[in-house]
Ligand binder design. Structure first.
Ligand code: NAD
Length: 476
């Protein structure tokens, strides 16, 4: 398939241009690269009605057939990987190699979910009765995705929701709608009409979805602030929600690591995807015995990293995805400058077109500084010196967030023990950001509600239904 022609929504099996459009920019150049459809409330109503109409048929489709459709979707993604990756770089900004990784991963998420099954639990099988709990689909799911990993995070939702027998209306971020719209074109020829609908639009579309009475569940990935609004808006109709929200992940580096060998890995823990990862390391606590040499090794490595247009050969870090986020990151840098914190690298605004922020590393800012306490979601990392392990665990946990964390040590058992004292949905030892479609992933505290991935994630797209059958009833 060649990715050309106007971008259209997928509603009830038809590609729909919509009555208006909005501009989509390339964040490396700030140039308009495409127009995406701007859905109206009537478009949303039509999409919800189509999903509702398709639900009984899809729910009744044998799970093996639903799995076959997910595998076909995966093959369609993989078969167009290069076109998807180029488009992803142009709308998101990430380097081509990382965009390719995301596209391949999106296909893998679709495929790997098909190894899961919906369990049945026999609660009782006695002379009197048999009681079984099974898992039935919810109905119509509204899925809302962010701009940092637009393709793969959409598939985190599409794969389990459809596998479980639900139908869906999916909304990408207005900053990155294009790859999702091309995916919709492929899905049109694979899925029955109405099973997956894709709508795009501006800031009003998300709230229309969360308030819409036609959804049974909202699956949302985005910021904690928006997550609170989603939950409030879903309350009047008691929609189920899964909320995958922000984080402020600590990395804790113990003094027994090999400083030279670990510096590069720690750098990428924070700066992959330009720091725009919910589970990026956002504050790095380094033991005082190795603080100076490790700090210097991380900065030395950072100086070798190429920042630029993701479409250019050799680029390792692209621009920030969008203007509001660019300004937010610059605001945090400005705050650090005003407070007189020490910059090891960066801290200047790049004087080029595009939303470029130079790699910025701060030397031991205070624990209560904004850059330590807030989620930066950009290429700015505070390095913080620590002395006492109990104290650093307390600091790691002293946040409303609880998404991920990592502990780095040559003594794996010791690190594993420490990991169990961290209050977050995932803790990694000697690596970070490893996710699997077969493992539950989610945030605790204000980093989220519920999980995606694994059997636990799949079951969030179902209602538990218990069937009880009396054996040998007295009247028979
Ligand atoms: P965002 O909250 O601004 O937007 C996310 C999505 O919600 C977009 O599609 C947006 O259009 C929509 N939206 C905006 N306002 C809405 C409203 N009132 N009601 C319903 N929908 C609305 O987030 P973002 O800036 O796109 O993404 C960055 C944030 O997402 C970061 O905080 C990051 O940590 C978080 N994130 C979390 C995970 C996770 O799995 N926990 C993964 C990726 C990103």
């Amino acid at each position: 398939m060649v990715f050309d022609g106007p971008y259209r929504m997928l509603i009830g099996g038809e590609l729909v241009a919509g009555s208006a459009t909005f501009d989509v920019l390339n964040p490396a150049t700030e140039e308009v690269i495409a127009q995406a459809p701007d859905a109206t409330p009537a478009d949303l109503d039509t999409a919800v009605a189509a999903a509702r109409a398709a639900f009984p048929g899809w729910a009744a489709t044998p799970i093996a057939d639903r799995k076959a459709k997910l595998v076909a979707l995966a093959n369609a993604v993989w078969g167009n990987a290069d076109a998807f990756a180029r488009l992803l770089t142009s709308e998101q900004g990430k380097p081509h190699s990382e965009a390719t990784g995301e596209v391949m991963g999106a296909g893998y998420w679709l495929q790997a979910n098909t190894t899961l099954d919906l369990p049945e639990t026999v609660n009782e099988d006695s002379d009197d009765r048999i009681s079984i709990t099974r898992h039935v689909p919810l109905g119509v799911v509204g899925a809302i995705a962010p701009w940092n990993f637009p393709m793969i995070l959409a598939m985190f939702k599409v794969a389990p929701a459809l596998l479980a027998g639900n139908t869906m209306v999916l909304k990408p971020s207005p900053f990155t709608p294009l790859t999702t719209l091309r995916f919709a074109e492929l899905a049109k020829d694979i899925l029955p009409a109405g099973v997956l609908n894709v709508v795009t639009g501006g800031d009003a579309l998300g709230p229309w979805m969360t308030a819409h009475p036609g959804f049974d569940k909202i699956s949302f990935t985005g910021s904690t602030q928006t997550g609170r609004r989603v939950m409030a808006s879903a309350a009047p109709t008691l929609k189920r929600v899964t909320l995958e929200l922000g984080g402020n992940d600590p990395a804790i580096v113990l003094p027994d690591v090999n400083v030279e060998k670990i510096a590069e890995q720690l750098f990428w823990a924070a700066f992959t995807n330009n720091g725009q990862i919910c589970i990026a390391t956002k504050r790095m606590y380094i033991h005082k015995d190795i603080y100076e040499p490790l700090r210097d090794a991380i900065v030395a490595y950072a100086r070798t990293v190429k920042v630029g247009d993701g479409a250019e050969q050799g680029t390792q870090i692209g621009p920030i995805n969008n203007k509001p986020q660019y300004e937010r990151v610059l605001g945090l840098i400005e705050d650090a400058r005003e407070k007189g914190y020490k910059f090891l690298l960066g801290g200047e605004k790049a004087d080029v077109p595009g939303y470029f922020v130079p790699i910025t590393i701060l030397d031991n800012p205070p624990e209560d500084s904004r850059i330590v306490q807030e989620e930066q979601f950009g290429p700015v990392l505070p390095l913080i010196k620590f002395d006492d392990l109990d104290d650093v665990i307390t600091k790691a946990n002293a946040t409303d967030y609880g998404l991920g964390a990592s502990i780095w040590s040559a003594d794996e058992d010791r690190a594993y023990d420490l990991a169990q004292r961290i209050q977050s949905g995932t803790v990694w030892v000697n690596e970070t950001q490893h996710l699997s479609p077969l493992a539950a992933f989610g945030g605790v505290k204000q980093s989220g509600v519920g999980v995606e991935g694994g059997l636990e994630g799949l079951l969030e797209y179902t209602n538990a239904q218990t069937l009880v059958r009396k054996k040998k009833p007295a009247f028979a």
